[in-house]
Ligand binder design. Structure first.
Ligand code: PEP
Ligand code: MG
Length: 555
């Protein structure tokens, strides 16, 4: 038996075979080939397989997400078969006797560079598409399965690290658990794992060896324990824990439909964080009171180009309608830092967490912002949508956001398109500047939502992505909790409401303190709604909650 200790970031026990995630970034060896006919045939076959795969993907996308989603794969299919592309590859194979993999990569780079240098934004975005298609063909040529999970049975997926865009694109029905070599608990991959209710362990370094692939693993996403070739005792212990978790889930499900109210009568809203339309099922299944944070940027990470107004409208409208009048807070694009989409063409930055990200991108690229705001306002006619702006530091940013909203409202009115003019507007409190300005900012908006992940990072000058900071990254630091209390006081003074949507919202050791601060809403991963409700419904002493808050504020 071998036990590996990592850091548990998404609770739950999972048992299944280990599978290593493989990326498209294959190492391509350049070779001069003797038989160019045979090499050309290799390319033709790989390209046909790629086109076939893309056709299947287009159909799958059509069934699951509609015609527009299918179009992306159809475009890729056309690119794989495009005569200019094929001719250029043929030229390199036949004339330069280059091996097929290298020829495909060279030609795709030439094409990508050509697209990137065009003035038209749409054409620039095609660079990422051609690289994607080339990566698929090369993957077939080299036999390396890119990204997808090539297994008939669900697996425990291991990787060095996973980008949020990789996580979001995976077939979740194939994943029992995640293990990553690096990563941090507040990385978006960890957040996604929790949203999907999938056990996850990070920070195992190079402990998982290639030869373990396919072996049966027992993992505990709470303790961070990974067991290979478990002895009978360990296997029984893990399975007993899994059974207990299932039992707890049954007990919690009896709380559905009941209020989040303490025995002495204080109540709080518990909403959910989601990253996609599909996550709404989990919100409804866990009786979430609303959506406190729809991270809309994941719509931007799913494809190779900007989601259109129609695509976004469809997603927001669906969520708003599914939630049947319950509040749905949709955050505008929060791209940048660890959430990167190549097609945005953002310059590499030394310090992306402090760079051109989130609202800074929206205010610098008004056409992107406007498309999203139009989609959001259009969706507001189908439910109770609220709009949330991320990474605010200054009053002028909020004023500009509001101006952009008014302009969109005006436009929709002129076009006769229905929307809710009373759509609430809120801002994320994620920076010390927003905390210090919260009295002024509260006058400008309808609500605050505290993003404790970034607030911790910026208050403590600790990179949330860095896995070496250990106890220095302390979300319970009194400075963070004092900041939240200040913001709550300023919100309430202005008659506004305040929620918390960072990971701290689900931390049961802070629930009493949040109630004592008078926080109005907590937005958590769907799986945390009922455990929090259970804890709140067992509280009965407001003085004890005040004491808990005082202790935490004093540190
Ligand atoms: C946060 O920063 O706490 C937050 C909720 O936003 P994100 O984690 O998406 O940056
Ligand atoms: Mg944030």
């Amino acid at each position: 038996m071998l036990v590996i200790q990592g850091k548990g970031v998404s609770a739950g026990v999972a048992v299944g075979p280990l599978y290593f995630y493989r990326r498209a970034a294959q190492e391509i060896i350049r070779r001069i080939v003797g038989d160019t006919d045979a090499e050309w045939k290799r390319f033709e076959e790989a390209s046909a397989v790629a086109a076939h795969q893309l056709g299947i993907l287009a159909e799958k996308a059509r069934e699951e997400a509609g015609d527009e989603a299918a179009l992306l794969f159809e475009t890729h299919q056309m690119m794989a078969e495009d005569m200019d592309f094929v001719d250029a590859v043929q030229g390199l194979i036949r004339d330069a006797a280059l091996n097929a993999e290298a020829a495909v990569m060279d030609v795709s780079e030439q094409f990508a560079e050509m697209f990137s240098s065009m003035d038209d934004e749409y054409m620039q975005a095609r660079a990422a598409d051609i690289r994607d298609v080339a990566g698929r063909i090369v993957g077939i040529l080299t036999g390396v399965v890119s990204g997808g999970i090539d297994s008939d049975v669900p697996v425990i997926l291991a990787s060095d690290d996973l980008a949020p865009s990789e996580t979001i694109q995976m077939d979740k029905s194939k994943i029992l658990g995640f293990i990553t070599a690096g990563g941090s608990g507040s990385s978006h991959t960890a957040i996604l794992a929790r949203t999907m209710g999938i056990p996850a362990i990070i920070g195992v370094g190079d402990a998982l060896k290639d030869e373990f692939e396919g072996r049966k693993l027992y993992i505990d996403g709470e303790t961070g324990e990974i067991v290979i070739q478990a002895d009978q005792l360990t296997a029984e212990r893990m399975l007993t824990k899994q059974a207990k978790q299932q039992e707890t889930r049954r007990m919690l499900s009896n709380l559905k439909g009941l209020p989040n109210e303490t025995k002495d009568g204080q109540s709080i809203q518990i909403y959910c964080n989601i990253g996609s339309v599909e996550d709404v099922d989990a919100v409804i299944a866990n009786d979430g009171g609303g959506i406190g944070l729809f991270r809309s940027e994941f719509l931007y990470l799913q494809g190779n180009t900007y989601p259109t107004e129609e695509e976004q409208f469809e997603a927001y409208r669906t969520v708003a309608s599914l939630m049947k009048g319950k509040r749905v807070i949709i955050r505008t694009l929060d791209i940048g830092a660890d959430k990167q989409a190549d097609y945005f063409g953002l310059a590499k930055e030394e310090n992306p967490a402090m760079g051109l990200r989130a609202i800074r991108i929206c205010l610098s690229r008004p056409e992107i912002f406007k498309t999203q705001l139009r989609a959001l306002y259009r969706a507001s006619a189908y439910g109770k949508v609220a709009i949330l702006f991320p990474m605010i530091t200054s009053e002028w940013e909020v004023r500009e956001c509001k101006r952009a909203c008014l302009a969109v409202q005006q436009e929709l009115k002129t076009e006769g398109i229905p929307f809710d003019p009373d759509t609430e507007l809120g801002i994320m409190i994620e920076t010390p500047a927003a905390v210090m300005m919260s009295d002024v900012l509260a006058e400008l908006v309808d609500f605050f939502s505290v993003g404790t992940n970034d607030l911790t990072q910026y208050m403590l000058a600790c990179d949330r992505q860095c896995d070496r900071l250990g106890k220095f990254f302390d979300p319970h630091h009194p400075a963070v909790l004092r900041a939240i209390r200040t913001v709550a006081e300023n919100a309430h003074k202005a008659g506004k409401w305040i929620g918390i949507c960072g990971e701290l919202a689900a931390d049961p050791t802070l629930t009493e303190a949040f109630l004592a601060m008078g926080i109005d809403e907590l937005s958590v991963t769907p799986g945390s709604v009922l455990p929090l409700r259970h804890a709140i419904r067992n509280m009965d002493d407001p003085k004890a909650r005040k004491r808990a808050l005082k202790d935490l504020l004093e540190g």
